[in-house]
Ligand binder design. Structure first.
Ligand code: C2O
Ligand code: CU
Ligand code: CU
Length: 503
């Protein structure tokens, strides 16, 4: 009896101590998991990526040059971080072209790893898409070309090597690709690049001893979340502005973080474009949520001499409170300070109408498909480079239903097309989701219905990708491949690139 009693006492004590330790660990994890940079002192002038200057070839083709290179950048004075960039140590220039332009990009990979360059949001042949099948080996050059055939929009480019995309983007391989057309050229919108029309690439980083730290931390199943943010590679950035209306081309170029942008003083702004281009009309908002890969163009009014702080606020849309905390939903970031001159140039009022988005409305869809997102798979399958998951017919529209069957937020991006969000949980999407989209946030237990048209060209042997754009998930395999074929044609075969390099 005394022996049993002793055993019992010891057991109870051990269990109690263990529970206390676990409880303490959990509460430490919870309370230390959120971050805030509200009240930042904005001490650095915002970098504006230079506009790449193309050479014009005899047939009018615009030829751009991009060199992927390793470099160093001083995020902290006197300390150098190892970074990657295009034509420089970190990030890349802004490419710009017009609807109808023939463009060609000569990409040289001087890294010691194979990589790719993908044109996010661009409608173009699968061979030019820069997905995981268009690998550029170290020392090699790849020169995709295509004709721009889509409305004005703020697109971007970044690497897409399967399993390595998160790392390549985090190190600094990303840039913007702006498209113009007649509407964007003639509408009274701020359009003076770097003056009243600013690229705003937002990324979160952790800088430790001057170096970039990519540690994902404990239980972070959305992927890497940084402790602070930078815009166009500038930490704590401010920008002097001299116009009444300022257009911000917001790009969430982070690998996992979801932002809910607004202004610290809660002023409203006008949203003028979604991922794929101008909205039908400006939309008055005071918050705009963007998940990784998404863009929004907003126009904000400045008063003479004032300062306005673009902030990302805590927001809903996660599973449990724990999930929200660990996925960054409780975080606050001061992103960018706009400093208005004492005297501002007057800006014309925004037009009441912008442009009609060119996306199908679902009425002519010839096929419905279902995509269930869970853990790191889509419909229970993880990405396989030599498996074509679905085949679509050139010239047809389809309706894709995508459901997050998981307790973690995901999003969904489709290459080559812009889609219309028909429904979110059976209802009309909120106004900021109406327009041309190529990436959509899908919170837990949410179902979205998307309509898209595949205008080809057909290529049964080269797939496009669809995937979650939280890059950690994409790298784990939450991605699939589709080919566009002519009516009656069958999908061909794809090969997995040989695995001799890159890992
Ligand atoms: Cu922005 Cu498949 O990527
Ligand atoms: Cu893409
Ligand atoms: Cu995901």
């Amino acid at each position: 009896m005394p022996r049993l009693k002793r055993v019992l006492i010891v057991t109870v004590t051990v269990v109690t101590v263990l529970a206390a330790v676990l409880g303490a660990a959990a509460s430490w994890l919870y309370t230390s998991a959120d971050v805030s940079t509200a009240g930042t002192r904005f001490g650095r002038a915002l970098a504006i990526p230079p506009l790449a200057r193309p050479t014009i070839e005899a047939d009018g083709t615009k030829l751009f040059e991009l060199t992927m290179q390793a470099g160093q950048k001083e995020f902290t004075a006197g300390k150098k971080a190892e970074t990657w960039g295009f034509n420089g140590a970190h990030l890349g220039p802004t490419l710009r072209a017009q609807r109808g332009d023939k463009v060609k990009v000569r990409i040289k990979n001087t890294l010691d790893e194979r990589s790719t360059v993908h044109w996010h949001g661009m409608h173009l042949p699968a061979k030019m898409d820069g997905g995981p099948h268009q690998m550029v080996e170290p020392g090699d050059t790849w020169t995709p070309q295509w004709t721009v055939d889509q409305p004005a929009a703020s697109l971007w480019y970044h690497p897409h090597p399967h399993g390595r995309t998160e790392k390549h983007v985090q190190r600094g391989l990303a840039g913007m690709f702006l498209l113009d057309d007649d509407a964007s050229a003639t509408l009274a919108l701020p359009k003076n690049y770097g003056v009243d029309d600013l690229p705003v690439m937002v990324q979160d980083v952790t800088i430790d001893g001057g170096k970039l730290d990519f540690d994902r931390g404990l239980l972070r199943d959305t992927g890497f979340l940084g402790e602070r943010t930078m815009v166009n590679g500038t930490l704590d950035p401010y920008r002097k502005v001299s116009d009444e209306l300022i257009r911000l081309r917001l790009l969430n170029a982070s690998t996992a973080r979801i932002y809910d942008f607004g202004f610290a003083d809660d002023r409203s702004f006008s949203m003028v474009a979604t991922d794929g281009g101008l909205r039908e009309m400006p939309l008055r908002l005071d918050r705009i949520k963007l998940s990784p890969g998404e863009r929004a163009e907003i126009v904000v009014r400045m008063a003479p001499g004032e300062r306005a702080v673009l902030r990302s606020f805590p927001h809903e849309g996660y599973g449990s409170g724990w999930e929200r905390r660990l996925a960054g939903g409780d975080d606050t970031f001061d992103i960018l300070e706009l400093r208005a001159d004492k005297v501002l140039r007057p800006s014309p009022e925004l037009p009441a109408e912008l442009a009609k988005p060119e996306v199908p409305d679902g009425s002519d869809s010839v096929r419905e498909r279902y995509f269930g997102l869970v853990t790191s798979s889509i419909n229970g399958r993880e990405m396989k480079m030599d498996r074509i998951d679905l085949t679509v017919t050139r010239g047809t529209a389809e309706t894709w239903t995508v459901r997050n069957e998981h307790g973690t937020p995901h999003n969904f991006h489709v290459h080559d097309v812009q889609f219309r969000i028909l429904e979110v949980n059976g209802k009309q999407p909120s106004p900021e989701l109406q327009g041309a989209k190529d990436t959509v946030l899908i919170p837990p237990d949410t179902t979205v219905k998307l309509a898209m048209r595949f205008d080809g060209p057909a290529d049964p042997n080269t797939p496009y990708m669809y995937h979650c754009h939280l890059l950690y998930h994409e790298d784990l395999g939450m991605m699939g491949q589709f080919v566009v074929v002519e009516k009656g044609q069958k999908a061909g075969t794809v090969r997995a690139p040989d695995s001799h390099a890159g890992h």
